[in-house]
Design a protein around this ligand. Structure first.
Ligand code: SAM
Length: 251
């Protein structure tokens, strides 16, 4: 299937209000509510891609604030432009590494929900440690969630789904679940949770959806892994998961 190039951002769209580069937030910590005109329960999205979830959820829940983070700069800017065009005062994008945002910047108990939709699968076994849903990130998810807050995880990769459910059971006992989530009906061509959900369902492929709830208790940080520093992203020329490449197209 041919891929269209990502649509150019209209230079007339003013991004300053909706977009922050992660380094501009230095030094940590960050009070995420300062990014919004009004304080409100906060929902975080890791790996926002082109921002369909943020645009739709911020309209559906105007009483919540939404903060997305996206590693690929061109997609972070695209998503921010989408929020700016839609004049969303309750949604913001950060361009940068979400693992760093969670680990260094976000305070304990700042969010009512964390959304992780269709994270890069890193198919090769030796690359799996690059997956964002790892023990260290899950520790931060638990830490930033209020008691009763939700983790939403959807993917089209059954193996990633199963291994993450197992990892959460072993490494994040303060996340109660997994609670299955039924496939939502779609009423129109953009009536999907994210761009990747749309692509997967239109191809007739299954989507694995799960939800967890944060329990009372103090999360315990995972022990550092000896191979954390090995095999960093960028040392693989094959690009089997080329970040964001599958997001081509203009929806
Ligand atoms: C497969 S895409 C899915 C995008 C979107 N969630 C969707 O469902 O359409 C995964 C996205 O996660 C982003 N990503 C990967 N690692 C990240 C990180 N450490 N911080 C922020 N975003 C990241 C990629 O750049 C890519 O846009």
């Amino acid at each position: 299937m041919g891929r269209r190039a990502l649509r150019k951002i209209d230079p007339a769209v003013e991004l300053a209000e909706h977009l922050r580069e992660l380094p501009s937030l230095d030094p940590p910590p960050l009070d995420p509510q300062t990014l919004f005109p009004q304080a409100a329960p906060l929902e975080l999205e890791m790996g926002s891609g082109k921002g369909l979830f943020l645009e739709r959820a911020s309209a559906e829940r105007p009483g919540h604030n939404f903060l997305g983070v996206e590693l690929a700069r061109k997609y972070a800017h695209f998503a921010a432009a989408r929020l700016a065009r839609a004049r969303r005062s309750n949604a913001r994008m950060i361009s940068g590494d979400g693992l760093r945002l969670f680990r260094e910047f976000l305070p304990d108990g700042c969010a009512v929900a964390v959304h992780v939709y269709f994270p890069d699968p890193w198919w090769k076994k030796r690359h799996r440690k690059r997956r964002v849903l790892n023990a260290a990130f899950l520790y931060d998810v638990v830490r930033v969630l209020v008691v009763g807050g939700k983790l939403h995880f959807w993917t089209d990769v059954e193996e990633y789904f199963q291994s993450t459910v197992e990892l959460i059971a072993a490494a994040a006992p303060l996340l109660a679940g997994p609670h299955a989530v039924a496939e939502p009906p779609t009423l129109h061509d953009l009536d999907f949770r994210t761009h990747f959900e749309r692509r997967t369902r239109k191809a007739g492929e299954p989507v694995y959806r799960v939800e967890y709830e944060r329990l009372v208790g103090t999360p315990i940080p995972p022990a550092p892994s000896l191979d954390d520093a090995d095999d960093l992203p960028g040392d693989d020329a094959t690009g089997d998961d080329a970040t964001g490449d599958d997001l081509q197209g203009n929806l």
